[in-house]
Design a protein around this ligand. Sequence first.
Ligand code: GNR
Ligand code: NI
Length: 171
Amino acid sequence: MALMKILTYPDAFLKKTAKPVTVFDDALKTLVQDMAETMYEEPGIGLAATQVGEDKRLFVMDVFYNNEDPESKKTPVAVINPEIIETSGESSIEEGCLSVPEFRAEVKRSAELVLRFQDMEQEIHELRAEGLMAICIQHENDHLNGKLFIDHLPPLKRRMVQNKLKKQATK
Ligand code: GNR
Ligand code: NI
């Protein structure tokens, strides 16, 4: 098990459209385990492969784990080759991102969705999600398409935030 380094804005890798996973081998299993460990360590509710410099359509998530509750159980889900096949409703919460440190903003997204994905055994699943899980899935799926939550902000606000983050990054 190993912790991975998380890329931060304005790293160009974060703008990449990730490639589908075709090889389900031990190296993939190790990557998923290392990503899950990194997600819990940060802590985050999700982590996309793009964020750790891996050009693969895959993310891990656990929206239920609370690291302040000793009774809380870890239930990591590995989501491989995700496709959001249905969406409905509207919802917005204040989002943060491990790749955009120290900035939070409300983002308008779908309230409910159906996610089709593969697990480590290449089995295809369809998962209906709502609430925080639906938000997290859309946020992680965006990462695999080279998109960050700040890309959803109105243009002027987005520019201001990007300039501020770029200045911070050079410090
Ligand atoms: O840990 C995270 N919390 C979070 C809160 C609101 C909306 C989205 C997220 S995802 C984020 C971890 C992360 O950056 N995943 O890509
Ligand atoms: Ni993120």
